[in-house]
Design a protein around this ligand. Structure first.
Ligand code: GCB
Length: 584
């Protein structure tokens, strides 16, 4: 699925800004949703709506809301086909053009679009209504449960801790494409000696003959370095410059549709980084060199805008990642805005790309609160429908992000209940890429949720477990979560839990263990920054495991991590420059 792009054959109209906004009450009929919203609330797009208003009813709303605005189709689009594109409607979206329903989408973090050419003429205005629903049930991804209390009020619960922010948290677009256009592009890269290979498939409108598809690849100076023609093929780049972690290099892979008399009909470009990924024994190789992941599990989360994409925060977060020496992050626990993926491509930051399948583990909450565990994999809990939603989430994530050089691993689910009866039946059909399914990602909280405060006992347990996995599978392992809640500014001479000193000691303990385990190929701490959660007795204004506060101020631990990760970086650079010079 191609992100809308302005090219010489395509136009883009951004629909961000203030939209009319209203909650939908349960007795309002769907037919009424498209009626013009009069002088009521206005909500910013992109932003989650929950924290923008002061009304608690909006903050806690469970169900549908609607956004509405006027849009004009540019008058020059008479020869074009045009679409409305929604980057994310969390978790279900319905789009209406005037009174006509045009598309529904389920899944809160992947884009969707609808053609509206037949509904509005160029130069005409129309009323665009987007209804968004935030309900989570046992058949959604992520799953949740809705209870109705005695007063008729709906209450949403879910098994992940981050707050269920909702609304239009990413951009909305109106865009045009020519009648005969490029629908999709897939690029897969390889390296042969000093040459780079881009294998590609271009899907164009049915009426376009393959020979009318032309490919050219340009380097960062705009110089053409390879050409091809046809819907499928290969482009060879001599003396290729590789996309490297920390040193991104991106070619532009440009596909064109030309008419029989060679006129340009459509053109679209994909940024392509040439690099290889391989798991060999217990090592993870990027461009044939062992890679050690340092960095974060993150969240899209900031004050007021919730999960709303914000380029200022994005750039600032990447600055902080550079400062601290991080080379990677995981899109925990859902696909992030596409702008973030593009930026990671350009910054050379490595990404573990995760679906929104989080909270598929009912034993965790019974473990925390006591009581008998409900089975996770059953007809009443996560069932075939949940799995189908999970499969769809994987398909949509891969369709959106397959061309990003930054993505080196797909994470199909966070902490599913993998050892419970039924887990194999749930996951086997999802496992389309089982031959690549060979890195163990572990989230561990020894010293926090277990052996609380006793780091000596925690160290022994952690090492014992990691050695066990190493012996059992011999596969590379990444610690994808480990962390301790820490209140910025709280200090303790006894290094007590919640203090900044404890957080430092906690991480130092993990790192001692990581350094003793051969198969460890990385560490991503939990979490980059403090973030908002649902109301829980063990959360005070959110999860405080951030290395930075929610407004991105460093806790003491940030300096400890910086020292370690900068050291790892320097060592990797030394080793790779040494191995480069010996190869030459
Ligand atoms: C986990 C979850 C993460 C939570 C974290 C915590 O295991 O994957 O979403 O935020 O624990 O802090 O409890």
């Amino acid at each position: 699925m191609l992100k809308p792009q302005a090219t010489s054959t395509r136009e883009l109209v951004n629909l961000d800004g203030l939209w009319s906004f209203a909650l939908v009450t349960d007795n309002e009929k769907e037919q009424a949703w498209t009626e013009p919203l009069q002088k009521g609330l206005e909500a910013p797009v992109p932003a989650s709506y929950n924290d923008v208003f002061l009304d608690r009813a909006i903050h806690d709303h469970v169900g549908w809301v609607r956004y509405q605005r006027q849009v004009i189709v540019p008058r020059g689009w008479s020869q074009e086909r045009y679409f409305v594109r929604v980057e994310a409607a969390t978790h279900q979206g319905l789009v209406f053009v005037n009174d006509t329903f045009v598309v529904e989408h389920i899944g809160g973090y992947t884009p969707f679009d609808a053609e509206i050419t037949h509904l509005v003429k160029p130069g005409q205005a129309f009323r665009l209504t987007i209804a968004v629903n935030n309900e989570l049930t046992n058949t959604t991804i992520p799953p949740g449960k809705i209870e109705v209390s005695a007063n008729g009020k709906k209450k949403q619960t879910y098994l992940h801790d981050f707050y269920n922010y909702a609304g239009l948290a990413r951009s909305v677009w109106l865009y045009s494409v020519p009648e005969q256009h490029i629908e999709d592009i897939t690029v897969v890269t390889d390296v042969q000696g000093s040459a780079g290979i881009i294998k590609y498939t271009v899907k164009a409108s049915d009426s376009v003959p393959s020979q009318q598809i032309k490919i050219s690849v340009t380097d960062e100076d705009g110089k053409v370095v390879g050409q091809a023609s046809g819907a499928q093929g290969e482009v060879k780049i001599d003396s290729v410059k590789l996309w490297q972690p920390g040193a991104a290099y991106l070619y532009q892979f440009q596909a064109q549709v030309r008419s029989a008399d060679a006129q340009l009909t459509d053109t679209y470009s994909v940024a392509a980084g040439v690099r290889t990924i391989e798991v060999r024994g217990n090592k993870f190789l990027i461009n044939n060199k062992p890679f050690y992941f340092t960095g974060f599990g993150k969240h899209e989360d900031t004050a007021v805008r919730g999960k709303g994409h914000d380029p200022a925060y994005m750039v600032h977060d990447f600055q902080l990642m550079d400062w601290i020496g991080a080379n990677s992050f995981r899109t925990s626990h859902y696909p992030y805005a596409e702008e973030v993926m593009d930026f990671a491509d350009r910054r050379g930051i490595v990404v573990i790309d995760e679906t929104a399948a989080v909270g598929l583990n009912l034993a965790i909450s019974s473990g925390l609160f006591g009581g008998v565990a409900t089975p996770t994999w059953s007809h009443e809990t996560c069932n075939d429908k949940t799995r189908e939603a999970n499969a769809q989430a994987i398909r949509e994530l891969v369709a959106r992000d397959k061309n990003h050089a930054c993505v080196v691993l797909w994470s199909v689910s966070n902490e599913p209940s993998s050892s419970e009866e039924g887990a194999r039946e749930y996951f086997e059909p999802l496992d389309l890429i089982s031959d690549l399914f060979d890195v163990l990602c572990l989230n561990r909280y020894y010293g926090w949720y277990t052996q609380m405060g006793d780091l000596e006992a925690a160290e022994a347990k952690l090492e014992e477990e990691l050695l066990g996995w190493e012996k059992k599978h011999g596969k590379p392992m990444i610690m994808t979560e480990y962390g301790a809640d820490t209140l910025a500014g709280l200090h303790s001479l006894h290094d007590l839990p919640w203090s900044e000193e404890f957080q430092v000691r906690f991480y130092k303990m993990y790192h001692r263990v990581h350094d003793r385990i051969e198969s460890m190929i990385g560490e991503q701490v939990w979490n980059f920054a403090d973030f908002q959660t649902s109301i829980q007795i063990f959360r005070v204004d959110g999860n405080k495991k951030g290395i930075f506060t929610r407004d991105r101020k460093p806790k003491t631990i940030a300096y400890t991590l910086r020292k370690r990760w900068m050291g790892i970086k320097a060592q990797t650079n030394r080793v790779s420059s040494h191995s480069d010079s010996t190869t030459l």
